[in-house]
Ligand binder design. Structure first.
Ligand SMILES: Nc1ncnc2c1ncn2[C@@H]1O[C@H](COP(=O)(O)OP(=O)(O)OP(=O)(O)O)[C@@H](O)[C@H]1O
Length: 263
């Protein structure tokens, strides 16, 4: 049986009078690519924040299964603890160190993840050097695999927009996650960049044996790549299914048409 990597059980998030997420029950299995879609304000980012510890859900639980099969209730754990367990995420807005190089951006992500201690870093204590060399070798390998090695010395801010978005994903990969959460990875991309990103997501899923859960508005990408899709509208799950089922679902069509009419 295919292992469940993440599940939410009745996750609900209320902000004052607004129920941003209402009784969310999502199952993400090993090696799947799952998409969470829905009109603006449907509750997608709030759901991600509930899963990654930014928020503690008002109700419900988030259960994660480690690679060794151990289930852990991660509800309300700190974001850093959740990252340590093997869940990495990217954000809607790019969060790179703009003035640092591509290489440094990835190395820092790795450093932070491994919690390298600043004292030993400063004084170059025994043990530190080896650790540092191993980290640098890992970063080199990773940058070569994702074809960013040639631009390793460029400032992050000098990269074309699409490449900056890749770099965000690569920073997440540097933490060697089992589960990767992508919050609108194609935001602001043109159709060509979006098509390239579609291939890239598939490649990294296979190459790094990842499970991927993403929020995305670009329907071409979602429909081409997803094994399953969850659709939220006003916090409530209005449909679940494979891309063909979702495309033909009347409630989904109505939710999106409603958005167009309002726009
Ligand atoms: N910190 C907060 N405090 C109060 N209300 C919030 C907060 N975060 C989100 N909300 C509300 O919860 C609802 C869901 O917002 P959320 O950002 O999760 O939607 P979304 O589906 O990610 O939208 P988008 O596609 O525009 O990013 C909205 O009504 C929003 O105003």
């Amino acid at each position: 049986m295919i292992r469940t990597v993440l599940r939410t059980e009745h996750v609900t998030m209320q902000f004052g009078g607004v129920i941003a997420v209402n009784d969310l029950n999502i199952v993400v299995k090993e090696h799947e690519i799952i998409a969470l879609i829905g009109p603006n304000g449907a509750g997608k980012t709030t759901a991600f924040n509930d899963i990654t510890g930014v928020y503690t859900p008002t109700k419900g639980r988030v259960i994660y299964t480690k690679t060794n099969g151990q289930e852990i209730d991660i509800t309300g754990k700190k974001p850093s603890e959740i990252a340590q367990l093997g869940i990495a995420r990217t954000f809607q807005n790019i969060r790179l160190f703009k003035d640092l190089s591509v290489y440094e951006n990835v190395l820092i992500a790795k450093h932070l993840h491994l919690k390298s201690n600043f004292v030993s870093a400063t004084f170059r204590l025994p043990g530190y050097k080896k650790e540092e060399e191993a980290m640098r070798a890992d970063v080199e390998r990773l940058l070569k695999e994702v074809k960013l090695w040639d631009v390793r010395n460029e400032k992050a801010s000098s990269l074309p927009y699409g490449k900056q978005r890749y770099l965000e994903i690569v920073r997440a990969l540097a933490t060697e996650p089992q589960l990767l959460l992508l919050d609108e990875p194609a935001a602001g991309m043109n159709p060509k960049e979006t098509a390239e990103l579609t291939d890239f997501i598939r490649q990294i899923r296979d190459r790094f044996k990842l499970t991927i859960f993403m929020i995305e508005h670009h329907m071409d990408l979602v429909m081409e790549i997803s094994d399953r899709i969850y659709v939220l509208d006003f916090g409530t799950t209005i449909a679940t299914g494979d891309p063909a089922a979702i495309q033909n679902n009347e409630r989904v069509i109505k939710a999106y048409l409603g958005e167009d009419e309002d726009a």
